[in-house]
Design a protein around this ligand. Structure first.
Ligand SMILES: Cc1cc2nc3c(=O)[nH]c(=O)nc-3n(C[C@H](O)[C@H](O)[C@H](O)COP(=O)(O)OP(=O)(O)OC[C@H]3O[C@@H](n4cnc5c(N)ncnc54)[C@H](O)[C@@H]3O)c2cc1C
Length: 366
């Protein structure tokens, strides 16, 4: 269908929504190296509980009725083409960049084949079963959530979290009662915080491997542990941008977009999700909202019109489970003010199912 070829690069939360919403009006190709969708929201529970693995890795085969998913990696993206590692070239009338961010294991995976990623999770669980003291570096949402999952699965494991800021969840958007609730719950579970300190050097072993080690913080505290995790280091995935497109990248790798989420200065290129330079936290909910905006704009453009919808960042909402029953959340009330929800409410909203049901709908599985 000439003029209607849309290549979506990256099949994370943003990419699957754009691809599916355009499937009935465009000739859609989704490029994604992973054999299965990886549901990052459930990954930390999958790391400690094998029964959760089917909720972490989900199939793409029901996503598109007309278009196709090509399991390959884009190595070069231009405004009118996507060059794959297989050396195939996909010509495009529009390119949607949805390549997201990478994050250290076990929150996200570098492995493309689902069975390889599962095997790595299996080795991690074996290592955890042998470990008695976990060191977590970073007290952002991922570090806290991981501590909650570890404690729930291994109640006798000692857990220490080192954070360079003076407080947990350093983001200024977050409310103090949220921090207090999470910190109290974790400390009551025996988790120890070392705040206002960095590690002088990283442990001499890869993350998620069982091996006793000693590290020292810059404040001189020695920590002995036998497994560790890196809970920091979101990195935008945009190395494949070619020529003039590469010029729209910011120093952190994110891609500059206008209010319609079109790549600055390029009429045929759009960017959505974590990789787009939108001033808000990197969240799947935001990525999905970007995708809906771009799908609607592209519908209009493909029909010969102009983009119609502007993206407006929403107020900061954060839901942090600590295992299936603990956690705390910061949400909006109807009157527009912010409030903090307790463990019970957090468990009800997310802790029990980790958004697996809504994701299955997006993938066409329910
Ligand atoms: C542990 C954890 C828990 C989280 N929990 C929540 C939560 O509860 N709620 C929430 O809203 N957010 C949550 N997030 C954040 C959320 O995961 C991200 O915001 C979300 O993944 C962003 O979606 P995306 O589609 O932009 O990118 P991603 O999900 O990162 O997907 C990008 C895709 O692009 C592919 N890709 C990359 N490079 C290329 C290339 N060159 N060619 C082709 N494909 C490529 C990747 O393989 C990947 O599949 C969590 C994150 C983590 C790590």
């Amino acid at each position: 269908m000439s003029g209607n070829r849309v290549v979506v690069v990256g099949g994370g939360y943003a990419g699957i929504v754009v691809a599916r919403e355009l499937d009935d009006v465009a000739d859609v190709t989704l490029v994604e190296p992973r054999s299965e969708f990886v549901h990052a929201t459930a990954a930390l529970r999958g790391a400690v509980d094998v029964a959760w693995e089917p909720n972490v890795f989900l199939p793409y085969d029901q996503l598109l009725k007309n278009g196709r998913v090509v399991h390959d990696r884009a190595r070069r993206i231009t405004p009118r083409s996507v060059h794959l590692t297989s050396t195939d070239v996909l010509e495009a009338d529009h390119v949607v960049i949805a390549t997201g961010t990478s994050y250290p294991f076990p929150a996200k995976f570098i492995e493309s084949e689902g069975w390889v990623a599962r095997a790595r999770l299996g080795r991690l669980r074996e290592a955890l079963a042998m470990s008695s003291h976990a060191l977590l570096v970073g007290a952002g949402p991922v570090g806290l959530e991981l501590a909650g999952e570890l404690h729930h699965a291994y109640p006798d494991m000692k857990i220490t979290i080192v954070e360079q800021a003076e407080r947990i969840l350093p983001s200024p958007e977050l409310m103090e009662p949220l921090r207090e609730s999470l910190r109290t719950q974790l400390e009551d579970a025996g988790v120890r915080f070392v705040l206002g300190a960095r590690l002088g050097y990283l442990p001499p072993v890869d993350v998620g491997i069982h091996q006793p080690f000693v590290v020292e913080t810059t404040t001189g505290e020695k920590i002995e542990a036998d497994i560790w995790f890196r809970a920091y280091g979101n990195r935008a995935e945009s190395d494949a941008l070619d020529g003039t497109l590469a010029a729209v990248r910011r120093g952190d790798g994110s891609i500059r977009v206008d209010g319609h989420l079109r790549v600055a200065g390029h009429g045929t290129v759009w960017a959505v999700g974590d990789v787009a330079d939108v001033k808000e936290s990197k969240r799947a909910q935001h990525a999905i909202a970007h995708a809906r905006v771009v799908a609607e704009n592209l519908r209009s453009v493909l029909a010969g019109g102009e983009p119609t919808v502007l993206y407006r960042p929403e107020p900061e909402i954060v839901v942090i489970p600590l295992g299936p029953e603990g956690g705390a959340s910061q949400v909006m009330k109807r009157d527009g003010s912010r409030t903090v929800l307790d463990a019970h409410e957090t468990s009800r909203i997310k802790g029990q199912d980790l958004m697996v049901g809504p994701l299955k709908e997006l993938l066409g599985l329910e």
